[in-house]
Write a protein of this length. Structure first.
Length: 358
């Protein structure tokens, strides 16, 4: 069984993933910049029994990957627009497998474009190993299994989270700077950030408001369905009228590189975090429409979103370390199918309807 490095092991995701892998008997290395926090994380894991994990203190994890050639690297450090491609490239050179938690559109798309390089190196690269990307693409795969490609797909992520760290807020800033994006006729086109407001119907009889944001599931839904028109929406962005009016202005401001980097530095310095989303159930939703008007929809239900993300990332890393790998670049659902979401604790409900879901 191979050695798994967790970069950013002292953060919430890193600690949860490390604990899950250690509980499964995997050899893990906790990687980070702060020696004291790494020691504390290692002590917590050691207290649960077994051999204590190894720690690696470094300001240059890419150089350490090149020197150490780990079997699997799990990248939990955002913003992923900055860390995904360089870390994945280091893994390709080292012949290592790679997993990250990215859910911003650009890093997910950029990682998937590394497919040829990964196959040539014999590395498996997995991006979006978490709630947003997997939950939505699992629904797309379920809806489209054994059927021709639909003409239109819409997905929505509606997680509840107990609390997230500064790296997640930095990723939100990067995503906002990307602006609104959708696929139309198979082409990526600009749309207003926060457009396409829709109240998503849930099986419990309630609805949740979502708006279009540039997330990793936009690319995952396109690739998983083969549809020409794809929209990805989320409840994590404010959906009130005034907030939606302000979103394009905020996005335009954040597109100024120097200003965006300043904001991200302040987030890290002051340890700013996104607000928690209260509740007990996280939902994902997908609808698909075919020629002739047939429409199907599906829902995924699970608990707290970040706990689900940690389980997914740990499961993907464990399977790669155990040899269940295929060279190339993938989202988790593309590599392991919709059942990966079920194994991580989600339930999926399918329904057919003829309603207009656009």
């Amino acid at each position: 069984m191979g050695e798994i490095w967790i970069i950013g092991a002292t953060g919430r995701a890193g600690r949860n993933i490390s604990a899950g892998l250690r509980a499964g008997g995997h050899r893990i290395v906790l990687v980070g910049r702060n020696a004291q926090r790494l020691a504390e994380a290692a002590a917590t894991i050691e207290a649960s029994g077994g051999v204590p994990p190894r720690t690696l203190v470094t300001d240059d994890p890419l150089a350490e990957i090149a020197a150490g050639r780990p079997d699997v690297v799990v990248n939990t450090v955002g913003p992923f627009g900055t860390t995904t491609v360089p870390t994945a490239q280091a893994c390709v050179v080292a012949g290592s497998h790679y997993v990250d938690l990215a859910n911003e559109f650009q890093p997910v798309r950029s990682l998937l474009e590394m497919d040829s390089a990964a196959r040539a190196a014999g590395s498996t690269l997995v991006t979006g190993a978490g709630f947003g990307t997997l939950a939505n693409e699992a629904l797309v795969y379920e809806l489209c299994a054994g059927r021709p490609s639909p003409i239109r797909v819409r997905v929505a992520a509606m997680p509840v989270v107990d609390g997230l760290g500064p790296a997640v807020l930095a990723s939100v800033v990067d995503a906002a700077a990307t602006g609104g994006l959708i696929y139309r006729d198979g082409r990526l086109v600009r749309t207003r950030l926060g457009a396409h407001l829709r109240r998503i119907p849930l099986p419990d009889g309630t609805t949740r408001a979502t708006v279009a944001v540039p997330t990793g599931e936009l690319e995952a839904a396109l690739r998983g369905s083969g549809a020409g028109d794809v929209i990805a929406t989320s409840s994590e962005v404010p959906t009130g009228r005034m907030a939606r009016a302000a979103l394009p202005i905020v996005g335009a401001i954040l597109r100024v590189e120097a200003l965006r980097r300043t904001v991200i530095r302040l987030i890290d310095r002051w340890q700013l975090t996104p607000p928690a989303t209260p509740g007990e159930v996280s939902w994902a939703y997908a609808s698909a429409e075919w020629e002739g008007g047939e429409t199907r929809q599906a829902w995924l239900q699970t608990g707290e979103g970040y706990a689900f993300t940690s389980r997914v990332a740990a499961m993907v890393a464990a399977r790669l370390a155990e040899g269940d790998a295929r060279p190339g670049a993938f989202t988790p659902g593309a590599l392991f199918g919709a059942d990966l979401a079920r194994s991580a604790g989600a339930t999926i409900t399918l329904d057919s309807t003829t309603k207009d879901l656009r």
